[in-house]
Design a protein around this ligand. Structure first.
Ligand code: GDP
Ligand code: GDP
Length: 455
């Protein structure tokens, strides 16, 4: 590396930065109007439209990447869900339930000016049961005079209340320091505890595509309830299901079965649920209703899985209803609408007739194998060397940027760092990704490529 003009320490740093596995998840929960969205904006350090785009507008984004003191993590914002037909208690409890379940740590936001309400107490009970680390945020402490209000919140029994003004940024740094103390380096529940255990599948898709029908079909009578979040719901959360001679854990199946008819916030609720399931899973099976046109919502759900870095299988359901014409148009739609995930294994199934159910497991296994693929550095560099000499980067400003060497920094999904002598254009990056896929497979997995340029 040194002779190529890179400082070895810089190379090592770049590999480490790119090689991080899945990020730990921090959920921000609390009653409406306590300042959750304002706090999330503060944490992610951007003035994103988290606060403005409410109410009534579909919010698909619920997780954001953040960084504090050199550590990266994800933040789940539950601020998008307004009070609904069940009344405030039920809605706050339900949203907190999903968020907490998918999280590695929780920031519980209380309005220090108002003090602890009954709803706050209800969330505290949920938090106790879940047993996840909690940092108590006493928000709306805009100045020193508010600190006394914060101190009252010791009564919640969650330890030290951290006085914060999400609006002005006061105290947020100290609170984030406390968060980092309790947030694990890697998402434990998904990738720590699960090692060697059953693989985790999230079956996701927009309403009525047939998720619950498919689950019933594959589960048959073998269904075993493995987890119940007591007190909030009697529905199973995760289920062990035997498929193709192996046991799989289908995560968050309660979200599939539970028929919650919400008026306000229903879309947001679905997004939160989907994001939570994806966070908990290793592989996402996105179900699409093949009898209808591929919709923006289908694409957003696919993007959630890809952005979260999960393995991906796409299943087109209701195949029994397709005539020749629809099949023709579906293929055209797939070409034009789903080019970005052409690498995902695809199965055409019918939950009704059971058609091609046996193809599901091989597709899932293929995707997981791609997700875990590691290319030895020697092989990678032999490949890159050949590629770069056969297809050099276009000359720009009289110079020719070159990929000098590269390494795979991590798996799940595969992450590469390439070191270059100059700026590498997006088109050339895509070309490299395409060739990497041709050469090494990576079926069913997103891959990340970052490029470091020699100064
Ligand atoms: P959410 O419903 O919990 O997501 O709450 P929002 O983030 O939408 O905030 C609700 C209201 O409280 C907004 O009008 C915010 O401007 C206000 N707010 C949020 N944080 C603070 C704070 O630290 N101090 C004060 N004074 N107001 C705040
Ligand atoms: P979910 O909302 O995604 O869980 O969807 P459901 O499983 O509730 O299915 C929605 C509707 O589609 C129901 O009326 C199902 O009977 C129907 N359905 C599901 N899968 C199939 C299928 O493979 N073929 C046909 N024809 N209908 C299906």
């Amino acid at each position: 590396a040194a002779e190529e003009g890179f400082d070895p320490e810089e190379v090592e740093g770049a590999i480490e930065a790119a090689g991080h596995g899945p990020l730990p998840v921090l959920a921000v929960v609390g009653r409406p109007n306590v300042g959750k969205s304002t706090l999330v904006n503060r944490i992610i350090g951007r003035r994103e439209a988290v606060v403005e785009d409410r109410p009534g507008v579909t919010r698909d984004r619920v997780t954001y990447e953040a960084e504090w003191a050199g550590r990266r993590f994800k933040v789940v914002d539950t601020g998008g869900w307004e009070q609904d037909v069940f009344g405030i208690d039920a809605s706050v409890a339900a949203q907190a339930e999903f968020a907490i379940e998918a999280a590695d740590a929780v920031v519980f936001v209380v309005d220090a000016k108002v003090g602890a309400t009954d709803t706050d107490e209800a969330v505290v009970r949920l938090l106790r049961k879940a047993g996840k680390p909690v940092v108590l945020c006493a928000n709306k402490v805009d100045g020193p005079s508010g600190e006394a209000d914060a101190a009252y919140l010791w009564s919640l029994g969650l330890g030290e209340p951290h006085p914060v003004s999400a609006l002005h940024g006061r105290g947020t740094g100290d609170m984030l320091d406390a968060v980092l103390e309790v947030l694990p380096e890697a998402p434990e529940q998904t990738f720590g505890a699960a090692v060697g255990g059953p693989r985790r599948i999230a079956l996701i898709g927009r309403p009525n595509v047939g998720k619950s029908s498919l689950l019933n079909k594959v589960a048959g009578e073998e269904r075993v309830v493995v987890n119940e979040l007591a007190g909030t719901t009697r529905d199973p959360v995760d289920e062990m299901i035997e498929l193709g001679g192996k046991t799989w854990k289908f995560v968050d199946t309660a979200g599939i079965r539970k028929r919650v008819h919400l008026q306000q916030g229903a879309d947001y609720y679905a997004s939160l649920r989907t994001a939570a399931a994806v966070e908990k899973a290793e592989v996402a099976v996105v179900l699409i209703d093949a009898s209808e046109s591929i919709s923006v919502q289908d694409q957003r759900i696919i993007s959630m899985a890809v952005e979260a870095g999960r393995a991906l299988v796409i299943a087109f359901n209701k195949w029994d209803t397709l005539d020749e014409e629809r099949r023709y148009y579906l293929e055209r739609e797939i070409e034009t609408e789903m080019g970005q995930v052409a690498w995902a294994p695809r199965v055409n199934v019918s939950a009704r007739t059971g058609r091609h159910m046996e193809k599901l497991v091989p597709a899932i296994e293929t995707a997981l194998a791609g997700w875990e693929t590691r290319v030895p550095t020697g092989r990678l560099n032999a490949f890159l060397g050949e590629l770069v000499s056969a297809h050099p980067h276009p000359i720009r400003g009289g110079k020719q940027p070159r990929i000098l060497f590269g390494t795979q920094a991590g798996t799940k999904p595969p992450r590469f760092v390439l070191f270059a002598s100059g700026f590498i254009e997006a088109g050339y990056r895509r070309f490299i990704e395409r060739r990497l896929r041709e050469e090494f497979g990576f079926e069913g997995t997103p891959i990340h490529i970052s490029v470091r340029v020699r100064e």
